[in-house]
Every structure is written in C-alpha cells, then in structure tokens.
Design a protein around this ligand. Structure first.
Ligand code: NAD
Length: 508
C-alpha cells in the first residue's frame, strides 16, 4: 500500500462536545484510497444514538454557552483565526484532501484556500450586518431582532468536501448557531481537521460537533431529530427529495443545493479560444465531480465542426495521473461505486452519440484505482440519457444548434437548473439569453468564478433556496419584528358598551 500521509488518524472518530469519541455501538466503515481502492482507515459509523449525543451537546452550547451571546465582533475574531489557521495549513489540508478524494493536488490547494476565504467573508459580513428599522412618525418604531436558530444540521457531499463544509460552517457559526456536521461517508478525512482548527481558534466546546456515518443512518437521524430546526444539505437531487419528506413533519428550515446538468452555450460570434479553454476546464476540473460543471456544451452550427475537432484534441491531451503530482489535471474518481456509475454512462454514451475523446480507462493504468479518460461525445441528441442525467465525472455531451431559440430550448431542456455559461460577443443577446435561462447562476463569457456576495443555488431539480452573502445570514437566523408604540395605544374598545361604563380602576 502507498504510504499513508502524516495527519491521518488511526481511526476517524466523531467529535462531540470538544472530544473525539467512537460510536456508542463501536461500529465503523471502510474508507478507501481512490488511487488503489485499498482501505486506508476505518471511520466511526454514527447512528441515531450518536446523533442524539451530538445534538444534545450542541443544544447545551446553544442554550447555556457563550457562543450565541458573543458580540458579532467577538465571533468574527474567532472566525478570522479559523481562516488564518486554514491558510497556514493549506498545503497539509490539500494533501489530505487529495489523498482522500483523488482530486489533483493543485486544485485541492485552491479549494483549501477558498475554505479560508469563506470563513473570512462571513467573519466580515457578520460585523457589517444591518437590519431593518422603520419609523411611522409619531406612532411607531419597528425594528428587527436577528437571532440564531439553534442547532444547525449540516449534511455535505464528497466532492471538494472540506470547501463545501466551510461554505456551511462559516455562516452557521458566524450567526451564532451551534452545529452538527455529517460529512459524506466516501470522504470523511478532512472534516476531522475542522475539530483541531476550531479548538485552536477558540471555538467553545459543543459549538462544532461532527458525526460520521452513512447517509441512511447518521444523516437520516439528523434530519429527523426534533431538536434540529434547520438542515442545510448539499448532495444529489434524489437525496434532497428524501430529506424534504423526512423534514416535513418537523416543518424544518431547509436549504438544498442539489444536482446539475449545466449547459455551456457557444454562439458563433464568441471568442472561441476562450470558450474552448473554459468549456474544457468547466467539465474536467475537479475530476468532473463538480455540481456546476458545464457538462452539456451547445455549439452553434457554423462553428460546430471546428469546435468539436479542437475540443477532442484538447480533451485527448489532458494529463490523467497521480493526484499528488502537480502536473496532473485529472486524478482518480472518488470511489469504485462512483467509478462504476461514470463508466456505465460512458458505455451508454457509446450507444447514443459519437465518441470523440476518451471512452473508458486511460492507457497505461493497471487494474487498481478509479481512472477515467476525459471523455467527450458529439452529436448528442437532447433525448439521450447522457444529455439528461447528471454523470458527475469527466464526461461531456456536445450538441449542435441553429439559432437562439433552439439554443434556449436545449439549454432549458433538462430537469436541472443549477448553472449556465454563455459565450457570445453580442451584448444584447448575452443579457436576454441569460434572463431566459432556467438556471440559478449564469456566467457570461466566463468560467465559474464566484463572488461570495451573490446568491448561490439552483432552480428546478437543482435546489431549494439560495445561500451566499446575506442570504446565508437569512437562512441561519430568525428575524423577529419588534414594534414600539410612540403614541396612545389605539385599540378598539371591545366590551366597553354604549354607555362607556367601565374604565380601569385600581382596586386597593
Ligand atoms: P448524496 O446525496 O449521495 O450524499 C450527500 C450527503 O447526504 C452525504 O453526506 C450522505 O451521507 C447524505 N445522505 C444520503 N442519504 C441521506 C438520507 N436519507 N438522509 C440524510 N442524509 C443522507 O450526494 P453525493 O453523491 O455525496 O454528492 C454528489 C451530488 O452532490 C451531486 O448530485 C452534485 O451535483 C451535488 N452537489 C451539489 C452542489 C450544489 O451546490 N448544488 C455542490 C456539490 C455537490
């Protein structure tokens, strides 16, 4: 077996009330190295009893502890320390993330740095938080009390796990909630690193709790827990449906960031070199395991053949290899189950469209590990499964279109609506096309470049609600309206009768 890097614990545990603990029943599950598929560590498999324990600790920290009562500036200082620690350990975090996920090291490093940025952003936002206050002259002043909701349940997927955890942890903690995090079972390693970072930064015990385990067990128990009033979930649309149903009896607050099959639309007036760079990167970066991947490329007929030829060449040149090698562009897929799913779509694609690049395991790799050659299919009909279904790997579907109307029909023609990318130099077309797209986020002449102030989320089957900037603050807080009368109270005098007999009298 390849040497396990320093920093991997002997066993991955839960972290509850400031301590690493095993499952109450001692159960555990295997965690695999995606390069070899060997078990490199076992992780505690949390069940309902472990979730109970974590929720109880988080509840105590919320009701009796200092965290929700700190001034925003005080919480902000702690969260900036978290960001400092993440930044100072970015290489180690990236190395462990690469080990656990198979993501190329250079990209994992970028994700570690983004995690620090997420903490810094919400640490700054919370001190700049303004709330509404209204005056009705001479009658009322009305203002808003912003209050944390309580114990936030955070459920995260295995793609870029550390960064996606930061995306939920930072706003949940900044607003004064306490949390129970349930990370994905394929990639539990990096979540344990938060425990040390929070401890060192001065986050009080019980504010951050972590329960590892399977979605159907630990995740399910968190969703159904009556003392967890809100769930922020990122994962597959199908899982989102199950969670939605399970949360319904408790009327929980839900934020759902779900699957995608995002279009990249390339018009014939586009800067085609830039479009090529972005559409190649857009689907093959992060091993194609990216919710906002531009996994359907729609290309206008006049430039279609040339674009397809150039695309095939670029896809064929992508460096697949050891995720720890800085030259690697596509590493190993996260897990053999996911590898089997992606490979099955490659086989389906062969029956549905024209293979122009990749198409299976790349040459030169032994039987070990989850390697998929960057794969592209052209002439993909909109009815094809590889056009409609999320593959979540390095596989792209390319489809021609004639005009704007057809491009829009194709772009909107799936159940998903997460992101969209449009390439054109026609300003009017760009804005009007963006408006008509059924997508939560649109990038015009750009790859996915986030501005943390903007809403993040999808429409249709891609999500429910938006996080990002002040919207995250809204999700993790209640807004209590307080009304103050400045005048006489003007209540209609029910029960007083026509003779105005009864007025308030003090009885001695
Ligand atoms: P998944 O839905 O299988 O699992 C996500 C998390 O949910 C895991 O922690 C899992 O253990 C848990 N879970 C599973 N069943 C559960 C249940 N019944 N109750 C409670 N929790 C449960 O998703 P995945 O395969 O880990 O991640 C890939 C998916 O995530 C893709 O569909 C991708 O598009 C999506 N994603 C979306 C975004 C976004 O922002 N929209 C970002 C990243 C990933």
């Amino acid at each position: 077996m390849t040497d396990v890097p320093a920093g991997v614990p002997a066993r991955i545990l839960h972290y509850i009330d400031g301590e690493f603990v095993d499952s109450l029943d001692g159960d555990s599950f295997d965690v695999l190295n995606p390069v070899t598929n060997e078990v490199y560590v076992r992780a505690a498999a949390g069940k309902a009893a472990d979730v109970d324990r974590a929720v109880a600790a988080a509840g105590r920290a919320f009701h009796d502890g200092p965290w929700p009562r700190l001034l925003p500036r005080q919480r902000s200082r702690v969260l900036h320390r978290v960001a400092d620690l993440v930044e100072s350990r970015d290489r180690q975090l990236a190395e462990l993330e690469t080990w656990d996920t198979g993501l190329p090291i250079t990209q994992a490093l970028g994700q570690a740095q983004r995690s620090a940025e997420n903490f810094r952003f919400f640490a700054d936002l919370i001190v700049a938080q303004v709330d509404d206050a209204f005056k009705v002259p001479g009658r009322q002043i009305n203002y808003v009390n912003r209050k944390p909701k309580g114990v936030a349940g955070l459920i995260t997927p295995w793609n870029t796990p550390f960064m996606l955890e930061s995306w939920k942890l930072a706003p949940a903690l900044a607003t004064g909630n306490t949390v129970v995090l349930k990370p994905a079972e394929f990639t539990p390693l990096s979540a344990t690193l938060w425990a040390e970072i929070f401890q060192e930064a001065g986050v009080p015990d019980g504010v951050f709790n972590l329960v590892n385990g399977l979605g159907e067990e630990a995740g399910d128990a968190l969703v159904k827990h009556p003392d967890v009033p809100l769930i922020s979930f990122t994962g597959e649309s199908r899982t989102g449906q199950i969670i939605f149903a399970n949360a319904a009896p408790h009327l929980k607050g839900l934020s759902m960031e779900l699957g995608g099959k995002s279009p990249a639309v390339v018009f014939d007036d586009a800067d085609l070199e830039a479009a090529l760079d972005a559409t190649v990167f857009g689907v093959y970066s992060l091993n194609g395991e990216r919710c906002t991947a531009g996994s359907r490329i729609l290309v206008q007929r006049g430039v279609y053949d040339d674009f397809v030829a150039a695309y095939a060449e670029r896809a064929g040149n992508i460096v697949v290899g050891d995720p720890h090698d800085p030259a690697t562009e596509v590493g190993a897929l996260v897990h053999p189950e996911h590898y089997a799913k992606v490979m099955s779509y490659v086989e389906i694609g062969r029956t549905e469209a024209r293979l122009i690049a990749g198409g299976g395991r790349p040459d030169g790799f032994g039987p070990e590990g989850n390697w998929v050659a960057p794969t592209a299919f052209a002439d993909v009909p909109p009815t094809a499964r590889i056009f409609q279904e999320e593959i979540f790997g390095p596989v792209v579907a390319i489809t021609p279109f004639e005009d704007d109307a057809e491009a829009l029909r194709l772009a909107n023609g799936t159940k998903y609506g997460l992101a969209a990318y449009v390439w054109t130099t026609d300003l009017r077309r760009a804005h009007n096309f963006a408006q008509a797209l059924e997508a939560g986020m649109v990038w015009l002449n750009s790859n996915n470049v986030r501005d943390l102030r903007t809403p993040f989320g999808g429409v249709k089957a891609s999500g429910l609600g938006h996080e990002g900037g002040t919207r995250s603050i809204d999700f993790y807080t209640d807004q209590q309206a307080v009304h103050i009368t400045l005048d006489q109270s003007h209540s209609p005098r029910f029960g007083k009768g026509p003779d105005a007999a009864t007025s308030f009298k003090k009885v001695d």
